[in-house]
Design a protein around this ligand. Structure first.
Ligand code: NAD
Length: 350
């Protein structure tokens, strides 16, 4: 028998609503857009749905709450002060947090103890979806704790950025059991278009980290090539078009090209002084996740380590670029070149 905490008897009405309620914890740049799509589409399917939002910054919850009620005045939405309250209120709990430390504390100090105190049946019906990009080992440990408390959990990191979150076109890379994946699928489909079951717990994150390792390296070499082309007198639009239709083509060339006027008719972040994309600080975090993972797995990562070092230098030397799109690494390389400095990474076999 599980102990019945005091708040349990005080919250009978709340618990009765639990099956129709969804909580979203972490309403930052991604979470705000994802929660909006999730809630509005759930509402369209079932008008008696309940929603709960929670963020460490109360203003973020209030902003979402007011915005959502303005669009859907009939919606039943409330703000939870803590992850405990959010878990108590809802059978489905989605988290979108910065990284490993926040996921560890929200789950191990908030969600998991609450699940352990719930009656077994309520815990068993609970689904946790974590869309944060974080360390695979931390995600696996947290999922194990959730599963031991009787609930189900998937890691479901995303690809597609804020634009994809807003448009509801994200790709979800999911790790977990087959049954947890099936349970999570309808919720994920309200926020994204591609939902891929990558394998057991942690597999979604593994896939996400490998993808971002490639992306982080590519964005630097595209910056190098565009800068070299510029020095050779090539028009950036001509060079982008040549590479874009040749074997060097990739997303960093044809969608996220770092040079203004290189993609006529498109509007990559470089056209807005590198605002509104994927922050250099987040890319540095993801390169760190990749290098940690490769040390644990014992695979070589010479280019990944070099890229991590370069993003770290960008932020150290030009702190304003930390929140700008990571394609601003081009701007950093250009500045170094204009100052007559060389950027080198040492290669060694040890
Ligand atoms: P963000 O920093 O804008 O949002 C994180 C939110 O979590 C903030 O509102 C913060 O207040 C809240 N938070 C932090 N600690 C908390 C706690 N203990 N309890 C409750 N709330 C807490 O970050 P973001 O850009 O939305 O990114 C979220 C995740 O998505 C990251 O793991 C990131 O790597 C990943 N991601 C981001 C993008 C992107 O383009 N921004 C793209 C793909 C993946």
């Amino acid at each position: 028998m599980r102990p019945s905490p005091r708040w349990f008897s005080q919250s009978l009405n709340r618990l009765a609503m639990r099956p129709k309620s969804t909580s979203f914890i972490g309403l930052g740049r991604m979470g705000h857009e994802m929660a909006y799509n999730l809630f509005s589409k759930q509402l369209a399917h079932s008008s008696d749905s309940h929603f709960v939002v929670c963020d460490a910054i109360p203003e973020a919850s209030r902003r979402f709450y007011q915005n959502f009620l303005k669009q859907f005045p009939e919606a039943q939405i409330s703000i939870a002060a803590t992850p405990e309250e959010a878990t108590l209120a809802s059978q489905t709990v989605v988290t979108m947090l910065p990284s490993s430390p926040q996921v560890r504390s929200v789950y191990n100090e908030g969600i998991v103890p609450t699940l352990r105190n719930l009656p077994e049946e309520l815990a068993r019906n609970t689904l946790c979806i974590d869309s944060t990009t974080l360390d695979v080992e931390v995600a696996r440990t947290v999922a194990q704790n959730v599963i031991q408390s009787g609930a189900q959990m998937v890691d479901a990191p995303v690809s597609g950025g804020v634009t994809g979150a807003k448009a509801g076109t994200l790709a979800f890379l999911v790790g977990g059991t087959e049954s947890a994946f099936k349970y999570a699928h309808p919720f994920l489909s309200f926020m994204g278009q591609k939902i891929i079951h990558c394998g057991p717990s942690g597999a979604g994150l593994g896939a996400k980290i490998c993808n971002n390792l490639i992306l982080g390296v590519q964005q630097i070499v595209v910056g190098e090539a565009m800068l070299l082309g510029n020095k050779l007198g090539l028009d950036p639009a001509v060079l982008a078009s040549v590479v874009g239709s040749s074997t060097g083509n990739c997303w960093s060339v044809s969608t996220n090209n770092p040079v203004p006027n290189s993609l006529p008719g498109k509007s990559p972040p470089c056209e807005r002084d590198y605002e509104g994309g994927f922050a250099t600080g987040l890319m540095l975090k993801d390169m760190g996740l990749a290098t940690n993972l490769s040390s644990l797995a014992g695979t070589p990562l010479p280019l990944g380590e070099a890229a991590e070092h370069i993003y770290s230098q960008v932020i150290q030397e030009q702190p304003a670029l930390e929140r700008k799109d990571f394609s601003s690494v081009y701007q950093y390389l250009k500045d170094m070149s204009q100052q007559g400095k060389k950027v080198r990474v040492r290669y060694e076999i040890v």
